[in-house]
Design a protein around this ligand. Structure first.
Ligand code: AMP
Length: 430
């Protein structure tokens, strides 16, 4: 394998057309986040491993690209943004008025097995809402994630909403060891009822807890699944959580996220350890994998500061959004190509060509200048291939009378236009 001719597995070159399509989605995310009052934040692509590993759990830690600097310190490429932002808030933004609303668009790195929708370098657009422990903050981020996905023109955006607190509370009461808790967690998260039964049968777990865990694995649906869990447990914390989830469902409607788009799924426990409350994932039916996810993490910032600050947020996978848009046959607007090619008749006119080109660019017209020493006919044939609609030909004779020739490629027609009228002439046409 000649590595000079390839990129590492799980990485991608985005050629101009694809970069343009991605730019459209990114611009839309940026606009949506800013309309909701969020401000941009950028953090380093690599950090000390200890920072990035804070609160993330073994699975994500294992997937990090780790390396040493020359002094032997362990660094890693970021695998997600939340730990980095928690570090920034915990070390630099503690005295800012709360809530703090932050957004980012950045590349992430995970040593996952590459497959459709899973790369080793991928892009996320996300937000963190810091400083509120109120359910309104959870509702805002779920609504914002849905709106951001709708605004990139994805149809039929759905959200699954759960709460890690129910599982944590049940496990606390059951007093099981960490390995068993993890095995149960994985089975519930993957909706693997056989796996769950296996673990439940080998352990000393009381019947009522078993019944609740089975119910959690199956708890997908509307408000009725909340009522079912409610009927099985006698625990004030869980009752409060269920009431809060009911509030989430109700208040999301005010954001145009009606019941038909929201599913309660108490089995979402999500891979990251730092989640403490409402968690959620976004889907579109056309794509079988999650396009975004997030949740509340009230303890993480406290790991970087002397006190705890509640927070919630989400990350959307841009690559998966692009895949979903393709599946939904989204028509991207035409790429803005150069609307003008400017050519000198002879190389003596190069300086004049560049002067005119620069003036047109200042006026907001996209201009490609000829740089290859082509004849006019070669330039015209290039404009034809590249679908550039207008060609300006700068000849000595016309230039002496402060004019140029403008050729409309579609009409096989040309006009002599005064240089000072060129901008208006082209703006009227393009
Ligand atoms: P997570 O923090 O793992 O829930 O990731 C949030 C979102 O990022 C997911 O819903 C995906 O859309 C996206 N994502 C996560 N891992 C990958 C990956 N390896 N390749 C592409 N997108 C990913």
């Amino acid at each position: 394998m000649d590595t000079r001719l390839q990129t590492p597995r799980g990485t991608t070159d985005y050629l101009p057309e694809e970069s343009y399509n991605r730019r459209i989605a990114e611009d839309s995310f940026r606009r949506t986040f800013e309309l909701w009052g969020y401000q941009e934040i950028r953090t380093p692509t690599f950090e000390f491993f200890q920072v990035l590993a804070t609160g993330t759990g073994a699975e994500l830690e294992d997937s990090m690209f780790k390396f040493q600097d020359k002094s032997g310190r362990l660094l890693a490429l970021r695998a997600e943004m939340t730990a980095s932002i928690a570090r920034v808030v915990g070390t630099q933004l503690l005295n800012e008025p709360k809530p703090i609303r932050l957004w980012y668009i950045a590349n992430m790195f995970r040593y996952d097995e590459p497959q459709a929708g899973r790369q080793r370098e991928f892009w996320q657009a996300g937000v963190e809402l810091v400083g509120s422990d109120k359910i309104q903050a959870d509702i805002e981020v779920v609504a914002l994630m849905t709106q951001a996905l709708r605004n990139i023109c994805l149809k039929d955006v759905r959200v699954d909403v759960g709460h890690v607190g129910i599982f944590k509370e049940i496990m606390k009461e059951a007093r099981l060891n960490a390995d068993i808790v993890n095995a149960i967690r994985v089975s519930i998260d993957k909706k693997d009822s056989e796996g769950l039964e296996k673990t439940l049968n080998t352990e000393q777990i009381d019947e009522q807890t078993k019944q609740i865990l089975r119910a959690l694995l199956e708890s997908r649906g509307g408000v009725e699944v909340l009522d079912k869990i409610s009927s099985l447990v006698d625990n004030q914390k869980i009752t409060d959580i269920i009431n809060n989830l009911k509030k989430v469902l109700l208040e999301l409607q005010g954001f145009g996220v009606s019941e038909e788009f929201v599913t309660v799924d108490l089995g979402i426990i999500r891979g990251l350890d730092y989640y403490t409350g409402v968690v959620f994932e976004a889907y579109v039916p056309d794509l079988g994998i999650a396009i975004g996810g997030g949740g509340r993490y009230d303890g993480l910032i406290g790991d970087f500061a002397s006190f705890e600050i509640p927070a919630t947020g989400f990350a959307i996978g841009i690559d998966r959004c692009i895949m979903a848009l393709e599946k939904q046959k989204f028509q991207y607007p035409d790429k803005v190509k150069a609307s003008v090619l400017i050519l000198p008749v002879s190389k003596e006119m190069n300086i004049e060509v560049n002067k005119i080109a620069n003036k047109l660019r200042e006026d907001g017209i996209t201009v490609e200048a000829e740089i290859s020493g082509w004849s006019v006919s070669k330039g015209l044939s290039y404009a034809n291939k590249m679908k550039i609609p207008y060609v300006i030909i700068v000849g000595e004779e016309e230039y002496r009378s402060k004019a140029v020739v403008v050729k409309a490629m579609s009409a096989e027609k040309q006009d002599q236009v005064k240089i000072k009228e060129l901008t208006n002439f082209l703006k009227e046409k393009t």
